[in-house]
Design a binder for this molecule. Structure first.
Ligand code: KIV
Length: 269
């Protein structure tokens, strides 16, 4: 039995090996992902969009997240490989330090090994306190969907020099505070590459280019179930495959071999 944890990811990073992450929200898909070799399962608050049908992640609650973390945990309890389970702290669930600790505790008790939190340097104290309390934290920067109303839409972040420097500095502050993983969404490839070189913790990208340690996609998107126009970084891994587990395996192989993401999936500037 192989259990994936933060040390495993650090080893991949050290050896320059790429790892694959997908979102899952229930036991069956989580089990299928584990069997296909997906190293990290993200129970993302994207469930608000792909499961619940909302047009953003904002309506998702901590209880919603807890229910799905428990299901994913049960799905991976008997598998040969046990992917690492990461769970989102949803919108407004980390508004204060007390709420952050209480809600992160709830997700960890449900089965998460890492909690993911969206934002920049303003989260430094919360990240430090989580770390002190034994809660590894993945910081999500760039396009942070919970702030869609501040961004005025789902847009690439860090295109101008000032915002790029701000994101770089946010990453420095948050990793110094104890962040265990950095996840970058929709930032230009050169910025993501600079961040990859700057940090010593594992990095994961979505629409952030090929140079990060891991890649993540929303499961529904990579199975071709996205609604409307797909974002640039989405590739349909089910096309040409005979089943869903084959699609997950094709994704794992493409990420490990560096075939995904390809140039058409990232933003050059
Ligand atoms: O909630 C989610 O699925 C995410 C990914 C887009 C990284 O945060």
């Amino acid at each position: 039995m192989k259990r994936i944890n933060l040390l495993t990811l650090a080893g991949y990073r050290e050896r320059g090996e790429r790892f694959a992450c997908l979102t899952a929200y229930d036991a069956s898909f989580a089990r299928c992902m584990a069997n296909a070799g997906i190293e990290v399962i993200l129970v993302g608050d994207s469930l608000g969009m792909v499961l619940q049908g909302h047009n953003s992640t904002i309506p998702v609650t901590v209880d919603d997240m807890t229910y799905h973390v428990e299901a994913v945990k049960r799905g991976t309890q008997e598998t040969e490989m046990r992917p690492m389970i990461m769970a989102d702290l949803p919108f407004m669930s980390f508004a204060t330090l007390d709420e952050t600790l209480r809600n992160a505790g709830q997700l960890m008790r449900a089965g998460a090994q890492v909690v993911k939190i969206e934002g920049g340097r303003e989260l430094a104290e919360r990240v430090a306190r989580l770390h002190e309390n034994g809660v590894p934290c993945c910081v999500h920067l760039g396009l942070t969907p919970q702030s869609v109303n501040c961004f005025g839409g789902f847009r690439v972040q860090g295109r101008d020099a000032e915002t790029a420097e701000r994101i770089l500095e946010d990453v420095r502050i948050l990793t110094e505070a104890g962040a265990a993983i950095v996840l970058l969404e929709c930032v230009p490839e050169p910025l993501a590459t600079r961040i990859q070189q700057q940090v010593s913790v594992p990095t994961i990208g979505i629409g952030a280019g090929p140079n990060l340690d891991g890649q993540v996609l929303v499961m529904h998107d990579m199975l071709g179930l996205g609604v409307g126009r797909s974002p640039r970084f989405v590739h349909d891994f089910l096309a040409g495959q005979t089943g869903i587990e084959d699609a997950f395996q094709a994704y794992v192989t493409a990420v490990r071999e560096g075939a995904y993401p390809a140039a058409e999936h990232w933003f050059a500037e």
